[in-house]
Design a protein around this ligand. Structure first.
Ligand SMILES: [Fe+2]
Length: 209
């Protein structure tokens, strides 16, 4: 926003069909220092629609077998924020250009959109381990995509089992702050034909370890 550059307005008009964040992910996982937190403030909400789901990445880790935990320890994964497989079929730069995503302060040509992070991450605040994968995760570092896919598919499904999730019903003026270091989120797209307008602030984070 012009008078508050730290705030990004997210607008989906009744005509728009693309829904940003419509898959499980953690914000900016593809950057070297992903956002610590995201703050989302609801300005206009279609009643009873446009909920957001959250999944607990601590539980995703703690419920793995000891054997799987041991196998994943020390592995790194590559996260891609400009995948050729994006549902819109457009590159990140094209999506910034046509307004599908809003990154007014960042030159998309300069933003790093591929990064490698530990699969088992330690939260710097709590000291707890968690399963740090999400929708941007493409492969294990040093593995091919084909080699990675079966295990990644399993882990992505495991990490978002219903018992690890909650669902937020927005109302106007709801402010939600979530910790991207230990949860994934999913923006449900059940409001085609309605308008939804949010204000977003990303809080600077550190390199995962
Ligand atoms: Fe997101």
């Amino acid at each position: 926003m012009d008078d508050h550059p730290e705030i990004t307005e997210l607008l989906k008009t009744p005509e728009m069909r693309y829904n940003a964040g419509g898959r499980w992910h953690s914000d900016q996982m593809y950057t070297p220092k992903p956002a610590k937190m995201t703050m989302l403030y609801a300005r206009e909400i279609p009643e009873g629609r446009g909920d957001t789901m959250f999944s607990n990445m601590y539980l995703g880790y703690e419920t793995l077998s000891d054997g799987m935990k041991a196998s994943l320890q020390g592995l790194r994964a590559v996260h891609n924020g400009d995948s050729k497989n994006h549902p819109t079929g457009k590159t990140r730069a094209e999506r910034v250009q046509d307004g599908t995503i809003h990154l007014p302060q960042i030159d998309p040509g300069k933003q790093q959109t591929i990064s490698s992070h530990p699969v088992i991450r330690t939260h710097p605040g709590t000291g707890r381990k968690l399963l740090y994968i999400g929708g941007h995760t493409e492969r294990f570092d040093g593995w091919t995509e084909a080699e990675s896919k079966p295990l990644l598919d399993y882990l992505k499904a495991h990490a978002t089992r219903p018992e690890f999730t909650c669902r937020l019903h927005w109302a106007e003026n709801t402010l939600t702050m979530w910790d991207n270091r230990c949860c994934q989120h999913f923006a449900i797209n059940d409001y085609d034909g309605y308008q939804r307008r949010m204000h977003k602030i990303m809080v600077k984070g550190d390199a995962p370890f």
